[in-house]
Design a protein around this ligand. Structure first.
Ligand code: V47
Ligand code: SF4
Length: 366
């Protein structure tokens, strides 16, 4: 890496697009990693966050059928499923604060967040989703509810005839606090046309997040990498996020998602461990206005996530319990980690584990 660029990063200078592309092109993985590790330390010290959480995917029936998605099905297809409201509530009931939850998660407090994302169902009305959030809030007044990507919110607006702003305020008033970062993929139109032609454009994803931030909903952002995109596309994606974050400050965490090729229409290969680490590191360096970079262990694997904590990440997500999206696309992890496993993984990376809630409030420090 050129000395001038290294010095600029060390002094906290903002990277240009050209410099970010140069970092992706560089083979100096240790040099980039060390700088990103230092940037993470400046933001979060030696802390590495985890959460005791649950994922629920209400349905895999989806009208979009993105070409990288092995999770979705059409309505009549084998393997299509729909959960009822009662089934979803039931999944949370063996939960919060009970002995069963302790056994599942190994935690004293049970889970603190539910993460809900699913397909764009052709028949369910917006009220179904609204009722789901209200019902969860009623039964679990203290649980952080993180639900629905910008893609789902756009869909709710279309099926209900309500403005995005109104969809979001109704969900917020029912109990939704955070939106997950999915659906961002890669913003570049050329890539979107190739891998998810039915999905909303990148500009619409950003517009919806801006509205969400405006009504007080915190959100995450993701980037799906390792398929057909170029380094320039990744950098363009990161810069669009940085630009919006400068305006709203509403993003909590950025999560690079490593593409899994199994059972997908576009096929291809798994990303390399080196690319995973470099992507985490460059993200940390470009997104100087994001507090957290998450190494999502389900998609990166436990060992790469652990190393990622030294390459700029400060969060490894959570217990999750039941994950379907990576699993259906050939996920390489066993898919289960208890609270104790997460703590051990973080400690062995030399970091200080902090259990957080969905809004990054510290619940426990190791
Ligand atoms: O938007 C789909 C991705 C996302 C594949 O906000 C795939 O905390 C890899 O957004 N290989 C949904 N990825 C998951 C998501 C997420 C996950 C964890 C935490 C958070 C958060 C958000 O999964 C989709 C898409 O980008 N995805 N198919 C695949 N074959
Ligand atoms: Fe549907 Fe999301 Fe899968 Fe695309 S990634 S097909 S929108 S479930």
């Amino acid at each position: 890496m050129p000395e001038k660029l290294r010095a600029k990063i060390l002094s906290g200078g903002r990277l240009t697009r050209k410099e970010a592309v140069r970092l992706f092109q560089s083979d100096d993985i240790f040099g980039i990693g060390r700088l990103a590790g230092e940037a993470a330390r400046r933001k979060n010290g030696e802390k590495a966050f985890f959460i005791v959480n649950r994922h629920i995917n209400p349905t895999n029936i989806c009208v979009n059928r993105c070409k990288f998605c092995a999770f979705s099905r059409s309505k009549e297809e084998k393997g299509a499923y729909e959960l009822t409201l009662e089934e979803m509530l039931g999944r949370l009931d063996c939960g919060s604060g009970t002995k069963q939850a302790d056994a599942l998660s190994g935690g004293p407090r049970g889970f603190s967040e539910v993460h809900i994302v699913g397909g764009l169902h052709p028949d369910w009305p917006f009220d179904f989703y609204l009722n789901l959030i209200s019902a969860i809030r009623k039964r679990h007044p203290k649980l952080n509810i993180k639900a629905f990507t910008a893609v789902e919110i756009d869909y709710f607006s279309r099926i209900s005839g309500l403005r995005v702003h109104d969809v979001l305020t109704r969900l917020r008033d029912a109990g939704l606090q955070i939106m997950p970062g999915g659906g961002a993929e890669i913003f570049a139109e050329r890539v979107r046309n190739q891998v998810c032609p039915e999905k909303i454009p990148g500009a619409r994803w950003l517009e919806i997040m801006k509205i969400a931030h405006g009504v007080g909903i915190k959100t995450n952002a993701t980037m799906l990498y390792g398929h057909v995109e170029t380094y320039e596309d990744r950098v363009d994606h990161l810069f669009k996020l940085r630009e919006l974050q400068d305006k709203t400050g509403g993003f909590q965490a950025f999560i690079p998602l490593a593409y899994h090729p199994k059972n997908t229409e576009i096929g291809g290969h798994y990303s390399s461990g080196l690319d995973d680490l470099k992507t985490i590191a460059v993200s940390r360096l470009v997104l100087d206005n994001f507090d957290h970079i998450k190494a999502y262990w389900i998609m990166l694997g436990e060992k790469i996530s652990q190393v990622a904590l030294l390459f700029g990440a400060d969060d490894i997500d959570g217990t999750i319990v039941e994950e379907k999206i990576a699993h259906m696309a050939g996920g390489l992890t066993g898919g289960t980690m208890t609270r104790d496993d997460l703590i051990a993984l973080i400690r062995k990376a030399g970091k200080a584990p902090v259990e957080r809630d969905g809004l990054y409030k510290a619940l426990w420090r190791g």
